[in-house]
Design a binder for this molecule. Structure first.
Ligand SMILES: [Zn+2]
Length: 380
């Protein structure tokens, strides 16, 4: 999930927001201030409903952020780097670089999120109960009660044992621990995710047909998302098992040809293109990668503009590059590949370019890994 804008860092992890959060934020604020609060607490001024609705929606998203930050912090403690946290349409995602090394780490990383949501819900619920005991009633009590309910609901929904939910990770940890087979565990969790997705779509459509309106469609939409994400996880698990134990250095093209960022496109086309065997060209400065230009991008420059355009102008910039180290597991690199360079990564040691990994390097490795897996299976 791509962040549309960054809002800062929490616990050292960059936090971003996708524009789709705005939709949910407005739906929640509107639902509370235009429907739920006026129904439960009539005869208040409109501004009071709006203020309570907006406040509750803001606090809800802070709670969601706390849930994701807890995943990120525990992942870091278990030796996994965290790319960032993004809030979007279906809540939050903490993007981890790589996977848990053992079932225990998986359990801790996945379990802490729902635990945090549960604690937040219980704390708000406790405050609400204290207010009732002190005979304080009104709109703010309503907001607290809603926050308590929604956070507890979030905790419960997230522990449903189905990937990609946290509960799916817990299920995977359990199956992994019981069988010692990470791939099988991932496939079981992904299949459970598929089943939950189908159930949610069925339930949502049934509710919609019975007149529940938007709530039913929303449930169906979540189910649809779960099915897609579960399918992706199953494919990743199978690819991951074919690639287990393979390092970046094993598949990369070492010491690729490079060019200077200042070279013009015309110069490159006239003097280098025909001798060049690869589909992307790293740009370096004193051995350090500063960009990557794909031949597709070079071809995209009109012939009459080539002399006036430098390679740097059509390249992926340094901050858009995916960097890897030679000793890194290929399976840890895969989730990071995306975006600007069409799935390529530059391999660096001490910031100096030592190789490049392209999608065809990876698919060759997958084919070899699958063959190797079949050979191993055949020996049993
Ligand atoms: Zn979570």
């Amino acid at each position: 999930m791509r962040a549309s804008f960054r809002i800062g860092r929490v616990a050292g992890v960059p936090v971003g927001v996708n524009w789709s959060v705005l939709v949910i934020f407005l739906l929640i604020a509107w639902g509370l201030s235009a429907n739920q609060f006026p129904r439960s607490y009539p005869d208040r001024p409109t501004w009071a409903y709006v203020l309570a609705g907006l406040s509750a929606a803001v606090v809800f998203f802070v709670g969601l952020l706390a849930h994701e930050v807890s995943h990120a912090v525990v992942a870091k403690r278990n030796g996994i780097e965290v790319e960032g946290i993004t809030l979007w349409l279906f809540g939050g995602v903490a993007e981890l670089r790589g996977e848990a090394r053992d079932p225990g780490a998986e359990l801790r990383i996945a379990g802490v999120g729902p635990l945090v949501s549960l604690i937040i819900g219980v704390v708000f619920g406790g405050i609400a109960v204290l207010l009732v005991l002190a005979d304080v009633h009104g709109l703010w009590l309503g907001a607290l009660a809603w926050l308590a309910g929604i956070n507890i609901l979030l905790a419960v929904f997230n522990v449903l044992p189905a990937a990609p939910l946290d509960g799916g990770r817990l299920l995977r940890a359990a199956v992994w621990k019981a069988t010692g087979d990470r791939t099988r565990a991932s496939v079981v969790a992904a299949r459970a995710g598929w089943i939950l997705g189908v159930l949610l779509i069925g339930l949502g459509l049934w509710q919609f047909l019975r007149g529940a309106g938007f709530g039913g469609l929303w449930l169906a939409l979540i189910g649809w998302f779960l099915i897609g994400a579960a399918g992706l996880e199953e494919r990743q698990a199978r690819t991951g098992s074919a690639l287990r134990g393979i390092r970046v250095a094993d598949v990369m093209t070492p010491q690729p040809q490079t060019a200077s960022a200042e070279m013009t496109v015309a110069d490159f086309v006239d003097h280098y293109l025909f001798a060049y065997r690869h589909s992307a060209l790293p740009l370096t400065e004193d051995g350090r990668p500063v960009g990557l230009v794909t031949l597709d991008r070079v071809r995209g420059v009109a012939a009459d503009r080539r002399a006036a355009t430098t390679l740097a102008e059509v390249a992926c910039r340094a901050d858009q590059l995916v960097l890897a180290s030679p000793d890194e597991q290929l399976t840890d690199l895969l989730p990071r590949l995306s975006g600007c360079a069409d799935g390529r990564a530059l391999v660096v040691t001490d910031q100096r370019l030592v190789g490049i990994v392209s999608p065809s390097d990876i698919s060759r490795a997958v084919q070899r890994g699958t063959l190797r897996g079949q050979a191993t299976a055949g020996r049993h």
